[in-house]
Design a protein around this ligand. Structure first.
Ligand SMILES: [Zn+2]
Length: 172
């Protein structure tokens, strides 16, 4: 995994171009580029005592459990992003989301490591909706009761943290 995707300065082509935390800096021409954490949003969709999981169609985390969601587009809020992603991935329009928490994550895609800050939102549904899955992203879905949720089956650290927090809140 290449965690440092740029090996030379895009302004002057110098190889004295190094990444420190989130900041690339060129020692020769002083070109600066910030590789900041990207925002992403994910949804915990609940119906009764069951939570909706997606089965990931592709890497990272292919075949593991995920949650609907994705990167926040330019100009979007996290709330916009979770509504849009849920519609794209599951074909269902959900507008009532409650904020749960945020958690950092790393997302390795096409030999680049992205650092994200993921926002999690919860939606409570009265009945299970009919879903139209986005097959490029999602291989299937699973509704799991709380005791059936195995955190190690979940693709990402941030999702495991959010689910653990959600489940601990439900036990109170
Ligand atoms: Zn330079």
């Amino acid at each position: 995994m290449q965690t440092n995707p740029f090996t030379f300065c895009p302004a002057c082509k110098s190889h004295a171009f190094t990444l420190t935390n989130n900041r690339y800096f060129c020692d020769d021409c002083h070109f600066t580029f910030f590789l900041n954490a990207a925002s992403a949003a994910a949804g915990i969709i609940v119906c009764g005592d069951e939570v909706l999981f997606t089965i990931r169609q592709k890497e990272p985390g292919k075949g593991k459990l995920g949650l609907p969601g994705g990167f926040v587009d330019f100009g979007e809020s996290m709330e916009d992003a979770i509504c849009r992603e849920t519609l794209e991935e599951l074909g269902v329009e959900i507008t009532q989301w409650q904020y749960l928490l945020t958690a950092p994550n790393t997302y390795d895609y096409a030999n680049v490591r992205y650092h994200t800050c993921d926002g999690f939102f919860v939606a409570h549904l009265q009945e299970k909706p009919e879903l139209t899955l986005q097959e490029s992203e999602i291989a299937g879905v699973k509704w799991l009761k709380h005791p059936e949720i195995q955190l190690e089956d979940i693709a990402f650290a941030s999702m495991r943290k959010a689910l653990a927090h959600y489940l601990s809140q439900c036990e109170k």
